[in-house]
Design a protein around this ligand. Sequence first.
Ligand SMILES: Cc1cc2nc3c(=O)[nH]c(=O)nc-3n(C[C@H](O)[C@H](O)[C@H](O)COP(=O)(O)OP(=O)(O)OC[C@H]3O[C@@H](n4cnc5c(N)ncnc54)[C@H](O)[C@@H]3O)c2cc1C
Length: 452
Amino acid sequence: MIVGGGVAGLSAACHLTNMGWRITLLEKRPFLGGRAYSFLDPIMGTEIDNGQHVFLGCCSEYINLIDTLGGLNDVYIQTSLRVPIVLRERNSYIYSVNWLPTPLNLLPSLITYKHLALSDKARIFTALSKIFFVNIKKNKTYLENMTFEKWLSENYQKTSSIMPFWDLIIKATLNSSCEKVSAYMGTRIFKEGFLHYKNGGNIGYSKIGLSNLISKNIHQILSTTGGEILTNAEVSGILTDNELVTGVSLRNTNKHSVHKIESDAVISAIPWDKINLIAPQSNSMETKKVFSTPALTHGSIITLHIWLNKPVMNSDFIAILGSELQWIFNKTKMHETASNGQQLTISISDAEKYMSWSKKTLRNFFIEELIKSFPSINETNIVRFLVIKHPQATFISKPGVENIRYPQKTSFKNLYFAGDWTNTDWPSTMESAVISGRLAAQQLNNLIMETK
Ligand SMILES: Cc1cc2nc3c(=O)[nH]c(=O)nc-3n(C[C@H](O)[C@H](O)[C@H](O)COP(=O)(O)OP(=O)(O)OC[C@H]3O[C@@H](n4cnc5c(N)ncnc54)[C@H](O)[C@@H]3O)c2cc1C
């Protein structure tokens, strides 16, 4: 049994089904996808994502999962890294020259990048070369205990390069800033994403709504071994008997006739701050330890969906420097929709300061920011403005976090955890969620094979 129909739960379900096991997946909401979901906007009649989700070429397990789910034709992946970056209406690009070996493939882009002084570019190239050569796994303890900002300053980076280069990537990938994340995760992002292999940083995105992408074939896949998915099925507790998990109880929602489901093993693929809610009714110290909440910190994201009555952007996405807008995605182009207008999705990471703002204040502030970046539009061009706040979008890879993430295996023999927050060596991303599901499935399969 798998509790939670986010990316981690679906990954575990696909892997276990592939190993021949019959899975029941329980999801409390009416739809699958977890924090990566989509819904129909009732006013515009278009499918929109809760928040823009991109993946990189290095997210190989996420790409494999999409392939398993039959969605590869519904995603776009760049063949070579190219990111347009705008500062005060001046366009520049970070790109890879694929015939050059890494890290030299990024050198032409650094040389021609307009938003940095020459001295900063030279320092950045030195720091990137250091990341390229350093064995970050061997130096994990040292790197995990300092902030990325400290590491950058120890490696001669000036504040003038933080905003236009280092924070640009860190905010987008770690939903935080160089001053808050660990040097381990900071260096790892640049190594895995941009320096390890050439296509690691290629940007990918879904051309259809996220829930559609993920749930297209999942029912059919699970049914090959007799498995099923129950939505609107909120697990209220994990049932145990003598240190073994025996199944789960469901909250009475009148949607399902059963209130208890027995199972040989359970994978809990729900967020870390919810695991204590499904703890078994037991006062044992061991149970308390397994179901206690690890001390991770949430990071927020704000997503703005804006419909315009005329197009303003040609490219599929841009990063904007010196503006609170951060990243703008042209959903009309990304979803290959024919329209005289344009639908934009603006993704604002590290957005704690906006969480208490009202919708009206957010609208006024961000429309003004948008008009500054696109002076050809004004208020009358805005057809619809929708804001989605995600106070608990990701966990933050602060220094020390890698030491407190839980393994998938618990001290209950037949209970495993999955979720982006478990120990995968990846930050809070869909790739981490997929890896966690695969690790939980493999360990559970091994256990059953050993006891047979
Ligand atoms: C706005 C936003 C933008 C993001 N952008 C990106 C991005 O660009 N790239 C990227 O890689 N990642 C991004 N992320 C992070 C990514 O969405 C998550 O890392 C990933 O989806 C986590 O998956 P998960 O399965 O571990 O957890 P979740 O998605 O949280 O899934 C947990 C599931 O468990 C269900 N559940 C909870 N309690 C119960 C219960 N008691 N019974 C039954 N079911 C239960 C929940 O309803 C949910 O469906 C973004 C996140 C947000 C919010």
